[in-house]
Design a protein around this ligand. Structure first.
Ligand SMILES: [Zn+2]
Length: 345
């Protein structure tokens, strides 16, 4: 039994399968949907007739309890395959699904410790093959909740774990991993790999290569382009709470030169972007239209010749929400500030 030395309490439950049959290669964070301490959660698993458990329980105040010893298989992820390979961790959370800072910091420290002791390179790759997995990859559940899910799919969670492990996320093998994370494949259908026209790190380039009858898929096999527009319903409304799946666009926004340059246009990772401070920085030119009230003398010329020009962001589908940063993800690609956005309501 080699448990984390960060655990301060142990109450082992009978809800488990005993010794693992597989080497530990993964971590799977869950959320309790309760503002419990780690001890409360471990005590619950020890006392319940429900077939539920996890290796560790991280409380809202950051305490860490053992419910199933790390070398044993807990019943957490609705998947024997995953639970045999993953150290599973239940986390106490706020009503909005976020983890209090104390809980998140403890989760990151615990994961760093687990990764170090088990030789795991923490990485979510959108498939069950990654070393970070989510309950909702195995069952119809909201677990681990929108807040933690966003931390995981944005790469923030693994970066935080690596920082805790004493690695520098900027100098290890991150670039290659991020490239594979962001590969967009152009196919007739996801199930037909032979029809593939190419795989692109840039969604922009994948869109350009996408001919009629073809679709751009992300790593999960989710179609991201062309995105079928929802039937127009409701009025464009600003200052509403955005949700995943919303159709959104921006109000007219000013542009500005990129800091340290004298141009509002810059090539970022192979994509020509315009600097829109209200949206948080560079936005791909392909995704904006020059606003009709532009004062550069060339309305709708899509050239944005000077910084008096204004743009609106074209309609897109919200595919992610990060409430802590007040940002939303655009068509499974980059993130923008939510402030200037409107959705149909
Ligand atoms: Zn779960």
């Amino acid at each position: 039994m080699a448990n984390s030395s960060l655990a301060t309490y142990r109450n082992v439950t009978g809800n488990q399968s005993g010794q693992r049959t597989q080497k530990i290669t993964k971590i799977t964070p869950h959320y309790m949907v309760a503002a419990w301490s780690g001890k409360q959660c471990a005590d619950y698993f020890a006392g319940t007739g429900r077939q539920a458990s996890s290796n560790y329980c991280v409380g809202v105040n950051g305490d860490i309890a053992v419910s199933v010893d790390e070398n044993c298989r807990a019943w957490a992820s609705s998947s024997e395959w995953n639970d045999q390979r993953a150290v599973t961790i239940e986390c106490g959370n706020n009503p909005d699904s976020s983890l209090p800072a104390a809980a998140y910091n403890s989760l990151v420290a615990l994961c760093a410790d687990i990764c170090k002791r088990n030789g795991i390179n923490p990485h979510y790759d959108g498939t069950v093959n990654g070393s970070i997995t989510m309950h909702q990859q195995f069952a119809a559940t909201s677990c681990p909740g929108p807040w933690l899910k966003n931390k995981i799919i944005s790469g923030q969670f693994e970066n935080d774990i690596e920082a805790k492990m004493g690695q520098n996320p900027q100098t290890n093998d991150k670039p290659a991993q991020n490239a594979s994370k962001a590969l967009y494949r152009v196919r007739k259908s996801w199930a037909d790999p032979k029809s593939q026209l190419g795989a692109f790190a840039s969604l922009d380039n994948a869109k350009k290569a996408c001919k009629a009858g073809y679709t751009v898929y992300d790593n999960n096999g989710k179609a991201v382009y062309p995105v079928a527009a929802k039937p127009a319903a409701g009025k464009w409304t600003q200052n509403c709470i955005l949700k995943e799946g919303d159709r959104a666009k921006s109000v007219s926004c000013g542009i500005a030169v990129f800091p340290g340059t004298n141009s509002a246009i810059k090539n970022i990772d192979g994509v020509n972007c315009v600097n829109v401070p209200a949206l948080g920085g560079g936005v791909p030119l392909l995704d904006v239209t020059e606003a009709s009230d532009s004062k550069d003398g060339n309305p709708k010329d899509n050239y944005l010749a000077n910084t008096n020009a204004r743009i609106t962001m074209d309609e897109f589908t919200v595919t992610g929400i990060d409430m802590s940063k007040d940002t939303v993800q655009v068509d499974n690609a980059y993130w923008v500030k939510a402030g200037p956005l409107m959705a149909r309501r």
